[in-house]
Design a protein around this ligand. Structure first.
Ligand SMILES: Cc1cc2nc3c(=O)[nH]c(=O)nc-3n(C[C@H](O)[C@H](O)[C@H](O)COP(=O)(O)OP(=O)(O)OC[C@H]3O[C@@H](n4cnc5c(N)ncnc54)[C@H](O)[C@@H]3O)c2cc1C
Length: 278
């Protein structure tokens, strides 16, 4: 199928882009890597009247350290992040998760901003950002605002972003000493969206876990930290006990090929697997 007719604009700056978004509201769509938007338009699941192509905006693909954060521009591609020594050193969870995001051709064009703005419940990077308490910066004619990743994702393809806002960057806290992160997922094939994925982090003192982070993708409508499960691990309980807490804490959606009970079992298995490497 072909997309419905649309107009196309290629703004030269962020301010020009947000002016277009303000003028056209919900009739406009931001075009970043196009890896999700173009197929959705071809299937007429999305029919924007105007595409605001931000693909060539300068500086939005930067990855740079700032204070105790790594600031990643919205246009940084999955492939660039995967190849970045800064990401590997400062945000090891992202380095673990990125090989699971789609396939090389899609990673070459797909962007971090696109993945977060799309908010697919099965996508890996939103869960990682929630796990890490990353801060998402949005810009509009009204100015700039920063939203904690945990408050940004609101259900299936739903976010806190207003139609006139452009997601410009994400600030990821630099991994502190003593923390270890891992990402694991179950998918039909490597590179497919996750049937269930777990972004996990833990800090140990000696052998004992004293802090942990647990956020899933592919289980619920939107990623969130599982605070009861995190507390269970920080109280020195075993991963087998934590697995049971996670299974109770989760509220998985149900579909014919992925019933809730099955998703719960996958979630528990992923946590136990994380426990073997944490
Ligand atoms: C076959 C296939 C397999 C895939 N597998 C996976 C996978 O396993 N895991 C995964 O996470 N993803 C997967 N993807 C999606 C891929 O990662 C996309 O690249 C990503 O989700 C969207 O990024 P994009 O830059 O292409 O965004 P686009 O497609 O350009 O845009 C996606 C949405 O975000 C909005 N948007 C984009 N950028 C911004 C911005 N800066 N500010 C505001 N709104 C914005 C757009 O308007 C649109 O609604 C897959 C895609 C395909 C086609």
């Amino acid at each position: 199928m072909k997309p419905a007719r649309f107009d196309y604009a290629r703004p030269a700056s962020v301010s020009e882009a947000v002016m277009l978004l303000a003028r056209h509201g919900t009739d406009a769509a931001v075009l970043a890597g196009g890896q999700s938007l173009m197929p959705m338009m071809a299937m007429r699941l999305a029919t924007p009247g105007l595409l605001v192509d931000i693909g060539r905006l300068p500086d939005l693909d930067r990855v740079e350290p700032k204070d105790d954060h790594l600031v990643i521009g919205a246009l940084a591609t999955h492939a660039a992040l995967l190849a970045s020594p800064l990401v590997r050193a400062s945000a090891p969870l992202l380095a673990e998760a990125l090989p699971h995001v789609a396939h090389p051709a899609i990673r070459n064009r797909g962007t971090l901003g696109g993945s977060l703005a799309l908010a697919d419940p099965a996508a890996e990077l939103p869960a990682c950002m929630v796990c890490l308490d990353a801060e998402i910066t949005l810009v509009s004619l009204r100015g700039e605002r920063v939203v904690l990743a945990g408050d940004f994702f609101r259900g299936v393809y739903g976010t806190d972003r207003e139609p006139d806002e452009l997601l410009v960057s994400v600030a990821v806290p630099v991994a502190r000493e003593g923390w270890r992160f891992s990402f694991g997922e179950v998918a039909h094939r490597h590179g497919d969206f996750a049937l269930a994925g777990l972004a996990f982090g833990a800090r140990r003192e000696g052998r004992r876990i004293v802090e942990s982070r647990v956020a899933y993708c592919g289980i619920e409508d939107a990623p969130r930290r599982l605070l009861a499960t995190e507390s269970c691990l920080a109280a020195g309980r075993s991963f087998v006990e934590a697995r049971e807490v996670a299974r109770r804490e989760l509220e998985p959606g149900s579909s014919r090929d992925a019933p809730a009970a099955w998703r719960r079992r996958l979630a528990g298995a992923l946590l136990e697997r994380a426990g073997r490497t944490a």
